[in-house]
Design a protein around this ligand. Structure first.
Ligand SMILES: Nc1nc2c(ncn2[C@@H]2O[C@H](COP(=O)(O)OP(=O)(O)OP(=O)(O)O)[C@@H](O)[C@H]2O)c(=O)[nH]1
Ligand SMILES: [Mg+2]
Ligand SMILES: [Zn+2]
Length: 342
């Protein structure tokens, strides 16, 4: 029943224009140059971690614990590019330290600069974890936002962590707790915290240790306050930067992202960018992949390529109607599909 892609829908190669051919040749040449450059460092550990990126320079934390401004070699600048979170190899040449190569990335957080930008640019590399941050009452809990961030984390290939903030404002009887049940069932780690009372801060520090984490969540949920409670300067955290139009005053940074080290270990990527990353590029047919809790039901849909909307014999919709699957999760999915172009 799976709909097959019609064969030969792509234009055959012989129709490629001269310009496209040349483009391909240049890309292949760059690929070979990249491979050669990286092969040279294959057996050596990178000695630097990029914490901030300026157009021709990066600020890097070096293996000896010092932080230095380093110049990007022309090859690194042109062939590899760098972003905060990148591991790099550096060499002291004269009184300048040069970034001579950049390690392959585990993950990339990309952002588009307008509709014309097809591939986008990388605003952070090697991020392990997305801390999806929500409050219960101020602002009111909206699980739809959690669901969108979960899809985003899934697309980026990074682990989600759900942080409930301001638990000093909650009581055990709040009806909102039930809305978190789907996430418990999906076994997403959930932390209950309060920057006010200090509750859950130790657990949060444990969850962030040894990893690179990006915070996401609506304005006012308490992200900066949490970072402050963990010993970071709250003024540096994303929200404030987005309010000053993404500029760090007095510095000409290429990207607004910054990697901040937590006193108890681990790193936080400080970027307003995550909020700006839309899900517009997601194909409608691919959205369901990012709702793993639908899978056990989806197996019983009549059609293998069921979008779980109005198809006959959709077991996911039936499960939502019968209360076996969370209504809220189903609505988040339907809303996401609505927002994606057909
Ligand atoms: N009661 C209570 N209030 C808190 C707590 N954490 C933060 N707040 C308050 O919530 C408001 C927003 O906190 P921020 O930390 O600035 O929120 P944010 O998520 O960084 O917001 P943006 O920077 O706009 O994205 C502030 O007035 C804080 O004082 C908490 O644990 N308990
Ligand atoms: Mg903030
Ligand atoms: Zn279905």
């Amino acid at each position: 029943m799976t709909r097959m892609k019609a064969p030969g829908r792509r234009r055959p190669a012989r129709h490629d224009s001269v310009a496209m051919k040349r483009r391909k040749e240049l890309d292949e040449r760059d690929d070979r140059a990249r491979g050669k450059l990286l092969a040279r460092y294959a057996d050596i550990e990178p000695d630097g971690l990029v914490t901030c990126h300026f157009s021709t320079h990066v600020e890097a934390r070096l293996a000896d614990g010092s932080t230095e401004m380093c110049l990007l070699s022309p090859k690194v600048h042109k062939l590899l590019g760098v972003a905060v979170g990148d591991l790099v190899w550096t060499e002291a040449i004269g009184d300048e330290r040069i970034v001579v190569a950049r390690a392959p990335r585990r993950t990339e957080v990309r952002r588009k600069r307008g509709d014309e930008d097809r591939t986008g640019h990388v605003i952070a590399a090697n991020v392990d974890q997305m801390a999806i941050t929500v409050a219960m009452h101020e602002p009111p809990l909206r699980t739809g936002a959690i669901d969108r961030y979960l899809v985003l984390a899934s697309i980026l290939g990074i682990d989600p962590l759900l942080i409930i903030t301001k638990i000093d404002q909650t009581t055990e009887d709040d009806p909102e707790w039930e809305e978190l049940d789907p996430y418990l069932e999906m076994e997403i780690p959930i932390l209950l915290t309060s920057a006010e009372s200090g509750a859950g801060i130790d657990e949060l520090e444990d969850a962030l240790r040894g990893r690179v984490t990006v915070f996401s969540g609506h304005s006012g949920v308490g992200k900066s306050s949490l970072c402050q409670a963990m010993g970071l300067d709250g003024a540096l955290i994303a929200g404030e930067m987005s309010r000053s139009h993404g500029r760090i005053r007095g510095r000409h940074t290429t990207s607004v992202a910054r990697l901040l080290e937590l006193p108890k270990g681990g790193w936080v990527v400080d970027t307003p960018g995550v909020r700006a990353i839309g899900l517009v590029d997601l194909e409608r047919a691919d959205a369901r992949v990012h709702f793993p809790d639908f899978e056990p039901f989806a197996e019983n849909c009549t059609f293998a390529d069921c979008l779980h909307l109005e198809e006959e014999g959709c077991a996911v919709l039936a499960a939502a109607e019968e209360g076996e699957l969370s209504d809220a999760r189903y609505l988040s999915y339907a809303r996401l599909l609505d927002s994606l172009e057909e």
